[in-house]
Design a protein around this ligand. Structure first.
Ligand code: CA
Length: 222
């Protein structure tokens, strides 16, 4: 159970999100302006924030910016219009943890919320919010990957997959687990999207970093 702050001025969306999160066992608080959202976010009373971009007063990006300037590490999932995804990717660099293009199905948002809560829990234990395995270094704060001195360019999805793998380095993860945790919605179980993305990561990190465990799934090397 987590305490989730929802900053969204559209009552219909706020109540849809709040209702779903409460059904998943979380407590929710809704703020409808950027200023109010920021005050709540800085209170230290929340475990995660779902933040709309288009808000009266200061917008979501500004809220995020001010929040990070106050050194808050509160996990933030940005809700954004599909045509502003480019801006949102910039926001990710500015300290958002994830984003959800509108319109979305609740299951998609819930998967991201769960992933962020889990990552926040694990990251809190990891020194300086980084994951290291098999020579790969993931900085969870800046969302950057590197090997030695070489920066490795990853898409948001590749990063999310690498993150799950490295949180569970040395353990076998099934395709279903990876689909559920990284894509988070009802993909056709016959979909080969996991295999395709494992292929992308192998190209970037080296084939030996991800081991195929026949009949079971994949294991990230330690
Ligand atoms: Ca709005």
């Amino acid at each position: 159970m987590a305490r989730i702050l929802i900053v969204e001025d559209e009552a219909r969306i706020a109540s849809f999100v709040a209702k779903g999160l409460r059904a998943d066992g979380h407590t929710t608080t809704v703020a409808t302006t950027g200023e109010d959202g920021l005050d709540h976010a800085l209170s230290g009373d929340f475990d995660l924030m779902v933040l709309d971009v288009g808000l009266p007063g200061i917008d979501g990006f500004e809220v995020l910016d001010r929040l990070r300037n106050q050194a808050s590490r509160l996990p933030v999932i940005i809700l954004t219009a599909r045509d502003s995804v480019a801006d949102t990717v910039t926001a990710l660099e500015g300290g958002a943890d994830d984003y959800m293009p509108k319109p979305f199905r609740f299951a998609e948002l819930l998967a991201r919320v769960r992933l962020r809560l889990r990552t926040a829990g694990s990251a809190a234990q990891a020194a300086d919010d980084a994951l290291k395995a098999a020579g790969v270094h993931l900085d969870l704060r800046t969302r950057r990957a590197s090997m030695g001195n070489r920066e490795v360019d990853l898409s948001a999805r590749e990063f999310a997959l690498a993150e799950i793998f490295m949180l569970n380095a040395g353990q076998v993860l099934s395709r279903e687990q990876l689909l559920d945790q990284v894509w988070g919605f009802d993909f056709d179980p016959g979909s080969n999207v996991v295999d395709v993305y494992v292929g992308y990561l192998r190209k970037k990190f080296g084939a030996e970093t991800i081991v195929t465990v026949r009949g079971m799934g994949y294991r990230f090397a330690t």
